[in-house]
Design a protein. Sequence first.
Length: 379
Amino acid sequence: MKRLTAALLCAALLLCPAGAAGQTAGAPQVDAKAAVLMEQETGQVLCQQNAHDKLESASVTKIMTMLLVMEAMDSGQLSADDPVTVSTRAASMGGSQVYLKEGEQMTAGDLLKAVAVVSGNDAAVALAEHIAGSEEAFVSRMNQKAAELGMSDTTFLNCTGLPAAGHLTSAYDIALMSRALLSYPEIQNYTTIWMDSIRDGQFQLSNTNRLVRFYPGCTGLKTGSTDAAGYCLSASATRDGLSLIAVVLGSDTSAKRFDAAEALLNFGFANYTLVDALTGLALPPVEVLLGKDRWVQPLAQNSGKVLVARSDLERISTQLRLAENVEAPVEEGQILGEVTVLLDGEPYASISLIAETAVERLSIPGVFRRLMELLFMAG
């Protein structure tokens, strides 16, 4: 399963359509305190509005909570079928909840469902305590993960997003952690639920994110609202292989946050597409001098996909630069060349080509045997 780190978040492309500094031409201005539209595959920002303002995000905080839950499941620390016993503190949480009782047991999967679908604060705390021993220890992990992802605008004080002085993040940081969460495809089994139930059908759940039902291609992700934060949303959707994340913070009404997210997503899908920069490019093996293996195969360091404005598609070309040979030892992942994507002949993006496998250096006896083999073949 793919995991995102700070290095992966930054590694894919050298240039982007909008970047962190400017607003893309024609991008919608939304009715919110802050907003960001990010492409999921590359992490490129397509448009933004006060992207780094430090704001309250209410239950959108739970994206990080769900991310740590998914990491625990991926590592084997936690299974969706594991029973979780509800503590007194978890049962006492106010706000959005599924009315857990002290001592009640519920599977981790159902608790995650309760967090994703109805934003259960009690479910979030129960999961946090089960994974880390206490909410405080879990929050420490949240902040550590935020640092790993490059979320420099963020300080978490709880795992729920309930009001707490100093619990702040930004639209850009939410897009980063949303992207990290979406790198676990299984999360969509929870975030795309419209209606479901827990407690053997005794307690009904209905998603707080109306886009799950009404926006084609919606994959989630999380709503949130408090009096101080306003109405917030991180909305994700995929169409025709393009995946987008729209973050909206501080809207005046629930309807405005959904309208804003739809406007951002519509803009992205209408104006951008992903292009596989390696299509039609043959990547021949590279000769390894003095290596136990004679050749090493290059491959793209990432997916090889580049985000391109639809209006620029006919102006895109590619240029391959690949080493003729390399001397052993070769490390797995060692850079062997690059594919440069050109827009009107000028560099637009660069994709590194790396060694698929490591190649050890021949020993002195091995060099002698190789020489004998070559002499034998020549004779």
